[in-house]
Write a protein that binds this ligand. Sequence first.
Ligand code: SAM
Length: 165
Amino acid sequence: MFELHEIPLERSFGPIAKPVWEFIEQGLQRGKSIACFDYVPSNYDVVYAALEALPRGRFCEWGSGMGIITGLAAMLGFDAHGIELDASLVTASRQLLADFGLSATIETGDYFELRHAADIYFVYCWPGQVWRVEEHFLATASDTARLLVYFGPEDFRCEVPREVT
Ligand SMILES: C[S@@+](CC[C@H](N)C(=O)[O-])C[C@H]1O[C@@H](n2cnc3c(N)ncnc32)[C@H](O)[C@@H]1O
């Protein structure tokens, strides 16, 4: 049986390159015209700094919104995939990724129902839903995977499974 425990989340403190900022700004700009109550952008320089410090591998964003984090992961060399429920966001994020020449993929659907194998999962959901995300992660992810849970720029956590006897 496994439970989750938090491990330190390293950050890279290097400057963010101009093309990366342009991608972020374009995503934020385009996202403003999409009416989706559930879509709240995270703080992308904070997330980028954490992704940059992680070992590369397969990345999956649960609730990918405008696909900005999925795109940042692709820019950093991850094999990146996003899952998003809102059809308008799916269309807009695919267009954004294509416009910036990024090969990351966005899948339409409910991440509680879809399975996408990854080494690192990212989620920014309502705080009251985190327990359900954690249960879903434990039930579906490999026991070497990491779950990045974003609550806000000052509270960004990395959780990993730990076997309990
Ligand atoms: C708070 S926003 C975060 C967006 C993006 N991850 C970011 O950090 O900028 C949450 C996103 O998750 C999507 N979402 C919520 N529940 C979902 C579910 N069960 N399956 C797929 N997407 C979901 C919402 O439509 C919204 O775009």
